[in-house]
Write a protein that binds this ligand. Structure first.
Ligand SMILES: Cc1ncc(COP(=O)(O)O)c(C=O)c1O
Length: 390
């Protein structure tokens, strides 16, 4: 039976336990498996880095949710990204979106660059710019375009279908970090992308209690190489965390609905409040990404960034919040704020940050599922408390 998305969240992948009828997938807390004779495994299970039934159930689930053939689960989003980047070789180049998660920039700039994998930063929301860089690459060294949409932290929207079209036309791959949207709102493989990556730590887990990551693909050859790399590099998700991820994913739909409802209320209120110079949220009709987001996703997500007017002090604002927590990360049921310049994006040199708009004044807000009125009240009292000279 073909299931719709809300049913897939609960019944997708491996549904319960065949042996006992337990409605939840058991936690196979084991590192290894008995072999009945040389080469005689029971169902192919050999060693839990290579494969574990709890992780395998989660991997089937994430593949089903992203409408992909293959899903792979990792110990963090960056472990997934590390494994995907390991598909490339010295001398290869990647195009990357100009505002991406700081850790993704860090692994490209401080790890893979030393192995000869280069990157070119491009504003991927401007398709003409992507095309120009690809056309310019006469030697064919650019092997892939790496997109975040909406991007972290400026929520810039890239037309995924348009990028995949021009990348595919010249034999390049498109990789999409779908962390901010989740498959509930956006399915990049359906838009033509080749590889989807996730920090599962965020909305997929949803409760700020697990660090995890995913890669999802359709292509048999890419999948074969990724499975090889997953085992060879070894950054796999453990059985207990795999269980927690399956549990978290069951409520993804209801959580995302509430997250988005709250985020839209907060973004609209901030925009009209008179307290801010700028609000970044693709769900605002005035946002440059609004139309594309409406076309390629089922919603706008729940990440907002904003800049307070000069008369307010952002440091005092962070200190004055009472309900909303100042912390790294996002996508949990509780609202979190962060200061990208010194926290999530500190690994990006200041000149690059300032050039793309990740200024010291930027505030990132992961809108949780609390009552929107309480969130609004907390933000407002913190802004008022932050008035300079008050
Ligand atoms: C968009 C995005 N991708 C990837 C990552 C990395 O994920 P993890 O922290 O699970 O390694 C993050 C973390 O904040 C992120 O925001």
């Amino acid at each position: 039976m073909e299931l719709k998305l809300n049913s897939l969240l609960i019944h997708g992948g491996v549904d319960g336990d065949e042996t006992t009828g337990a409605v939840n997938v058991p936690i196979y807390q084991t590192s290894t498996y008995k072999q009945d004779g040389l080469g005689q495994t029971r169902g192919g299970w050999e060693y839990s880095r290579t494969g574990n039934p709890t992780r395998a159930a989660l991997e089937k689930l994430i593949a089903a949710l992203e409408n992909g053939k293959y899903g792979l689960a990792f110990a963090s989003g960056l472990a997934a990204i590390n494994t995907v980047l390991s598909l490339f070789k010295s001398g290869d180049k990647l195009i990357v979106s100009d505002n991406i998660y700081g850790g993704t920039f860090r692994i490209l700039n401080n790890v893979f660059k030393d192995f000869g994998l280069e990157y070119i930063i491009v504003d991927t929301s401007d398709i003409a710019k992507v095309k120009a860089v690809l056309d310019d690459d006469k030697e064919g060294n650019i092997k892939a375009v790496y997109i975040e949409s909406p991007a972290n932290p400026l929520l810039t929207i890239t037309d995924i279908e348009a990028v995949t079209k021009i990348a595919k036309a010249s034999g390049r791959l498109t990789i999409v970090d779908n962390t901010f949207m989740t498959p509930y709102l956006q399915r990049p493989l359906d838009l033509g992308a080749d590889i989807v990556v996730h920090s599962g730590t965020k909305y997929l887990g949803g409760h700020s209690d697990v660090v995890s990551g995913f890669a999802i693909v359709n292509d048999d050859e890419i999948a074969k190489r990724l499975y090889y790399l997953q085992n060879a590099i070894g950054g796999v998700l453990g059985p207990w965390d795999s269980f927690l991820m399956i549990r978290g994913i069951k409520t993804l739909g209801v959580r995302m609905d509430r997250h988005q409802e709250n985020a839209l209320k907060l973004a609209k209120w901030l925009l009209d409040s008179g307290y801010v110079d700028k609000v970044y949220y693709p769900g605002l009709e005035s946002d440059p990404g609004y139309e594309i987001q409406k076309k390629q996703a089922k919603g706008f997500g729940a990440m907002i960034s904003f800049v307070l007017k000069k008369e307010y002090d952002y440091k005092t604002f962070f200190k004055s919040l009472k309900l909303i927590t100042l912390a790294e990360s996002l996508g949990g049921v509780e609202s979190l704020v962060c200061h990208p310049a010194s926290m999530t994006h500190a690994a990006i040199p200041k000149e690059i940050r300032e050039e793309v708009g990740i200024t010291d004044e930027l505030i990132r807000f992961s809108v949780g599922i609390e009552d929107a009125e309480d969130l609004k009240a907390d933000v407002e009292q913190a802004i008022l408390a932050s008035k300079k000279g008050a």
